[in-house]
Design a protein around this ligand. Sequence first.
Ligand SMILES: [Fe+2]
Length: 385
Amino acid sequence: MLPEFLDFSMRTRVMGAAGLVRELGDQVTRLGVERAFIVSDRTLEKLGLVERARQGLTAGGVTVVGEFLDVPPNSDVNVVERAAAAAGEAGGDVLVAIGGGSVIDTAKGMNMVLSKGGNLMDYQGLGLINEPLGKLVAVPTTAGTGSEVTNMAVIKDPAARVKYSFTSPYLGPDLAVLDPEMTLGLPPGLTASTGMDALTHAVEAYLSVSANPISDGLALYAIRVINQWLPRATLVGSSVEARYWMLIGSNLAGAAFSNSLVGCVHAMAHALGGLFDVPHGLANAILLAPGLEYNLDVAAGRIAELAPSFGVWPSGSEEETARAVIEAVKVLAKSCGLPARLRDAGVSESSLNEAAEAAVMDGAIFTNPRPATAEELLEVLKKVV
Ligand SMILES: [Fe+2]
């Protein structure tokens, strides 16, 4: 088969090593900047991870001009505006985000407002950021979102109860620092759910109608790495090796879906996050298998191609192999102690209508291999409530 068209980009330099944050300042100054504004959250401050980054920055000759440490788990438009105002006042020349997806996406939102002026919502839509923004460095403390390398940010509008996606080739950070020592303290539940988010990125990127040969390569290796290392990272959180490989898996998956986008699982997860604050990774972990079952009719061949990455021996028909892949997804989530039901994430059956209506309006649905109506997504949600 000759693919019709290919468009792949990744602007982020990625560096990885255990203890690399100790050299953060050396790497940041290579970007031609020396006055950092730190973006993070209170939990990471308490765990001493922000301090570790501060020390790494100053050891390399970088001055920390200010900090915003009040990013909540599901960041929103108002947080971004407040943080951008604080950073503007502090007057640094680089944003350094230390955290999970919510922190890094907040920093991306701040970068748009600080670089372009106006309000964050001015940049909601396609093709609105067409030139480089200010310098941005990301140090992930979870292995899930891949936000340290993606061209997008997902930020909630609390008034509308919607999670908006911001997309631009210039949104990706200048530098991503993958230091497994920064993820050692992540509790088992969060390790498992954020890891399943990364797996969902890879699987949905592979099945996306926008998939291309380069994102396919990244996605297949991401699945292999995550399938191999997620149980160990969850059960033996102190394993630097498992933490390292999970950061790599998450990063590979991020690079894949940043280009190919995702599908119905993310559409439903965004809806549940926007409406009911269901944690993103948890929603994906519960919905990945039923989402794949929904796509089986049109994508059995592509799902079956994932078998070797999941350690599944292809046998029988395409559909049989695809079903074995879906079973492998369920086994992986279960072995990491994750729930299989939405009610375990606080979602009641009576709220599913609203979630299905919101999911068909989410941008992720447009790259799902099988078109979906609200009624069809409602059926998917009902299967796992
Ligand atoms: Fe995600």
